[in-house]
Design a protein around this ligand. Sequence first.
Ligand SMILES: *[C@@H]1O[C@H](CO)[C@@H](O)[C@H](O)[C@H]1NC(C)=O
Ligand SMILES: *[C@@H]1O[C@H](CO)[C@@H](O)[C@H](O)[C@H]1NC(C)=O
Ligand SMILES: *[C@@H]1O[C@H](CO)[C@@H](O)[C@H](O)[C@H]1NC(C)=O
Ligand SMILES: *[C@@H]1O[C@H](CO)[C@@H](O)[C@H](O)[C@H]1NC(C)=O
Ligand SMILES: *[C@@H]1O[C@H](CO)[C@@H](O)[C@H](O)[C@H]1NC(C)=O
Ligand SMILES: *[C@@H]1O[C@H](CO)[C@@H](O)[C@H](O)[C@H]1NC(C)=O
Length: 268
Amino acid sequence: MDVTGRLLAAALLILASAAADPGDEKCLTDLSESLQDPLRNLKNWTKETFANPCQGFTSFLQGATCNNGRIYKLSLTNLSLRGTISPFLSNCTNLQALDLSSNQISGQIPPDLQNLVNLAVLNLSSNRISGSIPPQLALCTYLNVIDLHDNRISGEIPQQLGFLVRLSVFDVSNNRLSGPIPPSLGNRSGSLSQFNASSFDGNRDLYGYPLPPIKSRGLSVMTIVGIGLGSGLVSLILSFTAVCIWLKISEQKQDEEESKVGQLMPEY
Ligand SMILES: *[C@@H]1O[C@H](CO)[C@@H](O)[C@H](O)[C@H]1NC(C)=O
Ligand SMILES: *[C@@H]1O[C@H](CO)[C@@H](O)[C@H](O)[C@H]1NC(C)=O
Ligand SMILES: *[C@@H]1O[C@H](CO)[C@@H](O)[C@H](O)[C@H]1NC(C)=O
Ligand SMILES: *[C@@H]1O[C@H](CO)[C@@H](O)[C@H](O)[C@H]1NC(C)=O
Ligand SMILES: *[C@@H]1O[C@H](CO)[C@@H](O)[C@H](O)[C@H]1NC(C)=O
Ligand SMILES: *[C@@H]1O[C@H](CO)[C@@H](O)[C@H](O)[C@H]1NC(C)=O
């Protein structure tokens, strides 16, 4: 290698090891503050690493994947994490996948995630997330996975999410959602991926296609038959018990009567 080559290599090295993107640093610093890690499962989640989490495609941060020196994926699943999702996650502007599934994370989904214009995968399933689904997520046009199942999310499903043409997985089952399923998600047209009832199951007050129609407000046939059989059995047992008690009482009365009669009779 000649002098120029060496100089070039040195220059490249300096460029490569330059400080992290300030957005990534802000994003990681704030995320580490908003999340709680009671079991200390996150390795290398320190201020020093946030200042330089990536070198090219190498990551020094547990759960992070790097691409050209930027955070590209964050996957922190099943680590007993608590706390909330920092709105400054949106400063990780190159983020393509965010997977915080299977923890005990609470709080709301920050609408600020709308700034993650490269986001393709959002998996926040099996946590304790509450609040409603921010309609702003529809601005992340590359989203193809939204998995929010098993949380405590309430409110209506924003119909804007139906505008996400790349969406191929949508799962909001087992939450506290209510209102109608927007046809833009429940009955998608043309070549768009369809979502069946399993995407929407387990939300008590959510209704509409593709969920089965709500049973008539009255009682179903099986319930009526069940109640009929059950109450029949109960009344049978009750009347049997009543008859037994009545027999017992009258037997006692008879005994008493007999003994009274016995007392009145003079003894010979
Ligand atoms: C973080 O994002 C906010 C909102 O987009 C922006 O105003 C701020 O300048 C960003 N901070 C850094 C350090 O990139
Ligand atoms: C933690 O960071 C150090 C240096 O920054 C690195 O050598 C090590 O591989 C990292 N550990 C993990 C688990 O990424
Ligand atoms: C989650 O983590 C616990 C404890 O580390 C482990 O026992 C369990 O198998 C993990 N579950 C999954 C689905 O990876
Ligand atoms: C989301 O994460 C859960 C738990 O880690 C996993 O079982 C599920 O398959 C993921 N969803 C998608 C669409 O990959
Ligand atoms: C689904 O959409 C099609 C076309 O827009 C419509 O004809 C059909 O009635 C819809 N199905 C349901 C169950 O709403
Ligand atoms: C519903 O969709 C899911 C995921 O796309 C699939 O695994 C499942 O088999 C489908 N269920 C039915 C009844 O079609």
